[in-house]
Design a binder for this molecule. Sequence first.
Ligand SMILES: Nc1ncnc2c1ncn2[C@@H]1O[C@H](COP(=O)(O)OP(=O)(O)OP(=O)(O)O)[C@@H](O)[C@H]1O
Length: 426
Amino acid sequence: MYFVSPNCGETFYLRLLLTVVRGPKSYESLRTVNNVIHNTFKLACVARGLLEDDDEWVQCLEEAAIMKSGYQLRRLFCVILTQCSPLQPLELWKRFSIHICDDLAHKIRTLFTLPNPTEGQIEDYGLYLLNQMLGEIGKSLYDFPPMPQPIENWSTVVGNRLIIEHRLLQIQAQKADTETNIGRLNSGQRSAYDAIICSVLENKGTTFFLNGGAGTGKTFLYNTIAQKCRGLGHIVVTVASSGIASLLLEGGRTAHSTFSIPLDVLENSICGFTKQSIQAELLRETKMIIWDEVPMQHKYCVEAVDRTLRDIRDNPKPFGGMTIVLGGDFRQILPVVPKGVREEIVNASLRRSDLWDDIRVLTLSLNMRLNTIDSRNADFANFLMEALRVPSWYVVQRSSSWHHKTELINDDDWQRGGVNEGPPCI
Ligand SMILES: Nc1ncnc2c1ncn2[C@@H]1O[C@H](COP(=O)(O)OP(=O)(O)OP(=O)(O)O)[C@@H](O)[C@H]1O
């Protein structure tokens, strides 16, 4: 018998019935249980006790509703629909829609200037957003009967939802006290800030690499720059290579989800969205991209984004002529190359990319996390920096062929943009 995935809906339930009903003469006879003709194969399966109930998903949503936001619950509901084949999705929706849509009254008031949205409108907008999320993975609410469809065509009012999300960030930035944060920048952060803001305001399209060890205030600077530019009405896309780091950035997402970077990225890969998509429209409107923790990303990921931006913005300059702030610390995690040897890992680094030649490096060196007024803290911070810069001075050498110079983080090397022989860096 052919394999049918549980995601195939009625076809799956038909197949399930065919495995248990003896000698069926018609589709109707398959749907008949105890002389009752059921409307769908799924209901016939339920009547035969072939399916489990949705208790598991009820418990999951009940627990999530206590601590998750409306957006996170919509994502979870989307996963439950697409991956878990709930028996009665409509019942789940009816039971939890109030939680799943709990942020939407505010959104409708802000986006559509509708002062008092009704419960029906809120739920309808929730269905619209759910449908959008399903659309990202090639599904729609039609695939999960009897889930209702959104009645209102919110897209004509909303436009590009990604751009709208950024407009909300701009409104927040305009209310924030950006000037106070700018005033708090130390001299290294301030000169980096000036260079980046100058590139944005004068449309220079420079690509920067903000280099700094742990605690040197990179995240603080990213957020200050993003806030300033958003306050001026520009769109700033903030991403990080890991989900945890993206949470520290205002409006941050992972680079993979924002740019739809393929999981198996290759030398000539491009991002997984078309020139007509809403992502492309957002990136054409974007003034600057801030990308944290780039050293842990394979250089092909950054190159794929560069290639895609040149294409969708019809501009042959690096990253389509947009100001880009890449950042991170080459002393921290390097790209993961499955079963890769040292050369392969080093080769996968951004520093081995052709893009590196066009990158302007800005360096932060003052550790802002430690209270350096206490000299013991300062000494410890310096020790850590040294241990990471020249690890072989602090560990027993395994081979005489190892040198004191470290790869990727060697000072001379920064000037030349090349990579020396030496032990793997931490
Ligand atoms: N100019 C500043 N004024 C006041 N506090 C600052 C300043 N810069 C950074 N900080 C604070 O110092 C701490 C470390 O900064 P941040 O997290 O930005 O460093 P980082 O370089 O991103 O570190 P990591 O690489 O570990 O993520 C944070 O608590 C941050 O709020």
